[in-house]
Design a protein around this ligand. Structure first.
Ligand code: FAD
Length: 300
């Protein structure tokens, strides 16, 4: 199935995925915010990803890759480029002995279930995180006690000039909610994870902890700020500054978890950015601590 796009450059007829023009990004983010992407593609193969990148380059448009959009804020004006969403077509998942192989579009929940079926509870650490393997690796997602990098042995990625490279864990430059994938134009295609060597997590208990402390079921991007190194969490600082419930338009600081900004209905990207500025300003004034963003904010 070829896909024809607006002149001057069309996606090659060999492109086998889905292409949409002017696709609302609010549909693809957990905050339910964001204007339209000029071009939105869901590749079926690695060749499709490369073709989408070439299309973007030749059309002189920016491009970026997303997973489930659960830690992203897009502008209200949308994205004047190509969004590459890795979904179920990048969903291969298997466990061989004590290694889990998962393509970038696999949901963390599926990885947890697959590992459990093979008798391993390592992935339970990530229970309740609504992202994909690709997004989790890029963000080095985790909880205070550990992150996905603790389980990672290798990552396969596509460079912007079409080469598939295999990176060791060290080459991924993982740090707290960060990796080289947030800085470089690399598309994570697959991850390899070691099972049975780390802590055995009680997934049910971790999920219970989330239900008690987090505003689940309301549109949000999870935690907005990274925890500072001072030892006090960003949520505690925001709470102590009396900011729970502060709102701008349809966006509010959750009263349940102060590091969550929620969309109470009709929130815009502008509302969220203004609220972020308010929170940062008040926390800086009260405690002299500059909060850094965990949320991936895309500029217009
Ligand atoms: C209710 C809720 C609870 C949450 N709890 C947690 C938590 O406990 N811990 C935690 O760490 N996070 C948490 N999050 C945030 C979020 O779920 C994680 O950061 C998750 O890993 C993001 O995955 P994603 O697929 O949604 O990535 P996206 O949000 O789509 O993308 C995030 C970043 O990764 C990049 N990216 C995505 N896929 C790829 C790829 N294939 N190759 C290269 N780059 C890629 C994007 O460009 C972007 O910069 C929570 C979010 C919500 C809504």
């Amino acid at each position: 199935m070829g896909a024809v796009l607006a002149e001057p450059r069309t996606l090659d007829k060999r492109f086998t995925g889905i292409v949409k023009c002017k696709e609302p990004l609010a549909r693809h983010t957990s905050l339910r915010i964001g204007g339209s992407a000029d071009v939105f593609v869901m590749p079926r193969t690695v060749d499709d990803i490369y073709e989408a990148i070439c299309f973007a380059k030749e059309s002189e448009k920016p491009w970026m890759v997303i997973g489930n959009g659960t830690n992203m804020l897009f502008p209200d004006t949308g994205y004047a480029g190509v969004i590459i969403k890795l979904g179920p077509w990048f969903g291969r998942l298997q466990v061989c002995q004590d290694t889990l192989y998962a393509q970038a579009g696999v949901n963390l929940r599926s990885a947890i279930m697959q590992a459990r079926e093979s008798g391993f509870r390592d992935f339970d650490m990530l229970v309740g995180i609504p992202g994909t393997i690709g997004g989790a690796l890029a963000m080095n997602a985790g909880i205070p006690e550990g992150s996905i990098c603790d389980l990672t042995t290798k990552v396969k990625a596509l460079t912007s000039d079409g080469k598939l490279i295999n990176l060791t864990k060290d080459e991924c430059n993982f740090s707290y909610r960060h990796s080289r994938f947030r800085e470089e134009t690399l598309v994570i295609v697959e991850g390899e994870f070691s099972l049975g060597k780390g802590k055995i997590w009680d997934g049910e208990e971790l999920l219970r902890r989330r239900k008690v402390h987090q505003p689940l079921g309301i549109p949000s991007p999870g935690c907005v700020f990274k925890n500072p190194q001072s030892g006090v969490s960003a949520g505690q600082l925001i709470d102590r500054a009396g900011l729970k419930g502060t709102r701008v338009g349809g966006a509010a600081v959750s009263t349940k978890h102060a590091n969550f900004i929620i969309n109470e209905g009709g929130a815009t990207s502008r509302d969220v950015l203004q609220l972020i500025d308010i929170v940062r300003g008040v926390v800086l004034k009260c405690f002299g601590i500059e909060l850094k963003l965990e949320l991936a904010v895309v500029n217009s």
